[in-house]
Design a protein around this ligand. Structure first.
Ligand SMILES: Cc1ncc(COP(=O)(O)O)c(C=O)c1O
Length: 468
């Protein structure tokens, strides 16, 4: 047996015996090498071997961790071939009431906790911007948005090998307004649009408010999208737009492959379907390998990209953006009609912040923290939740998507969790006509601490009580 195999065997035995628990960090390469009198290269080989076996997971700059072994999510339910229809989902609105509550442990909100965001630097940028030019800060901003901020956003896309000009960036009140404006500009009431199943509830609300008809395109937690089904849909129905979250999907956490992105765009371009891309989680790849925005592959001008700073810098500033392409003028008019323009001060402050701070450095820290939280939460699910609970294994974003064992009820668990002072998101909120009743979404945006640990244990006990 080679030296690294022998070391891997010892570590494997410790993991299997529970001496190294799921979520726990393996000793550093240096310590492993010293303790077992091998070279660091041999220690690395041993860890790589455990990674190949699915027993350990590497996290950039943090080392190797024991991988949680919770059952992965099964394939999505069989495709439902339905005619287009309106969004009809009462549970969605019952769930949304939760966002007014401040008394809950917020595992329902897919957002990083304030402690993970640069609050001090942002507060300083706000104060500086107000001091520097009070009149500009308190006046109407241009409807399209503050020019230096639009420039900074375009520059960021240049780093992603995606050509964007500041002229087509439109600043919006978060990604949610971006999605609403894009839909308003490209559709008429009664038009058919494709949304993913499951999908972010804000997309369902926008579609409902604009009285659009939906077709649901199944999406898998493991990454796949049913592109054959999409082709059929576009052949059978006049689909005006498709609203998609290609990168670190909410709630699935999955990423569409570059090949799928290209095929999807070719199909939509062929049928004259506009693609509204929601790329709000693209920067939250835990490995640091940012997946491409759809926009990168858009050779036909059929994509409108929506995103925001809500998941990376400051959700309360309500600053998002659109990349409008040929729809830019229409989008600016729609923006004017909606709010005249975004408030000036948050835009000035964000431009100031981005000019002064190394955004990559902040993102690196944020991604590491989210990966760590997710790993610990998955380990807690394995330990404390009923046998047969399945959970996704995302590589980025903020969502853990769970399926309860047979008989489990995510909506009942949502109610029971509320009574226990914990917010969770029931699966039913992520589908245009209900469904996913045995699913739920947890945010991994809260740093792992005693209160999160206790909440995960309490949720596990409530889920277990359901299973009895
Ligand atoms: C996929 C997705 N799009 C859009 C939004 C809304 O983002 P914003 O707060 O920037 O409006 C969210 C928020 O959770 C989301 O998950």
């Amino acid at each position: 047996m080679l030296l690294y195999e022998s070391l891997a065997t010892q570590l494997r035995a410790q993991i299997n015996a529970g001496a190294l628990a799921p979520g726990e960090r393996l000793p550093s390469i240096r310590r492993l090498a010293q303790a077992h009198a091998v070279s660091p290269a041999t220690a690395v080989q041993a860890c790589l071997q455990l990674e190949r076996e699915g027993l350990a997971v590497a996290r950039p700059r943090s080392g190797y961790f024991v991988r949680s072994q919770v059952t992965p999510l099964p394939q999505p339910p069989a495709l439902r071939r339905r005619a287009p229809g309106p969004v009809r989902n009462r549970e969605l609105y019952e769930f949304l009431d939760i966002f007014a509550r401040r008394d809950l442990l917020p595992l329902h909100a897919a957002v990083p906790a304030p402690a993970l965001l640069p609050e001090h630097a942002m507060a300083a940028a706000l104060a500086r911007s107000l001091r520097r030019d009070r009149s500009q800060a308190l006046s109407y901003a241009p409807p399209q948005g503050h020019a230096p901020l639009r420039q900074l956003i375009a520059q960021r896309y240049a780093q992603l090998a995606t050509t964007v000009t500041p002229d087509e960036v439109v600043i919006t009140a978060g990604a949610i307004e971006a999605i609403n404006l894009a839909l308003r500009v490209v559709t008429q009431p009664g038009d058919v649009v494709v949304v993913e199943m499951p999908t972010y509830h804000g997309i369902l609300q926008a579609v409902e408010a604009l009285r659009l008809q939906v077709l649901e395109l199944p999406r898998c937690a493991t990454g796949g999208t049913h592109l054959d089904r999409l082709e059929q849909m576009l052949q059978q129905h006049p689909v005006r737009a498709a609203v998609l979250v290609p990168n670190f999907h909410n709630p699935l956490g999955s990423v569409m492959s570059d090949a799928d992105k290209q095929r999807l765009l070719a199909t939509c371009a062929q049928h004259g379907t506009v693609v509204i891309e929601d790329d709000i989680y693209g920067d939250l790849a835990w490995s640091g390998q940012r997946p491409s925005p759809l926009r990168q592959w858009d050779h036909h001008g059929s994509v409108i990209t929506c995103s925001s700073f809500s998941k990376t810098l400051a959700p309360g500033l309500r600053v998002g953006w659109l990349l409008g392409g040929e729809w830019t003028d229409a989008l600016v008019r729609a923006k004017y009609c909606s709010t005249v323009g975004n408030p000036a001060l948050p835009q000035l402050a964000l431009a100031d912040y981005l000019q002064r701070h190394d955004q990559e450095r902040h993102l690196r820290r944020l991604r590491r923290a989210l990966a760590d939280n997710a790993q610990r939460m998955r380990a807690a699910i394995e330990r404390d939740w009923p046998e047969g609970t399945c959970v996704n294994d995302p590589l980025g974003g903020l969502s853990l998507w769970l399926q309860l064992p047979p008989g489990g009820d995510g909506t009942a668990l949502f109610q029971a969790a509320l009574a226990a002072g914990i917010g969770i998101a029931p699966g039913q909120a992520f589908c245009s006509r209900g469904g996913y009743r045995d699913h739920l979404r947890l945010s991994c945006g809260l740093p792992w601490d005693a209160s999160v640990k206790q909440a995960m244990r309490r949720l596990g006990a409530l889920a277990t009580a359901q299973a009895l």
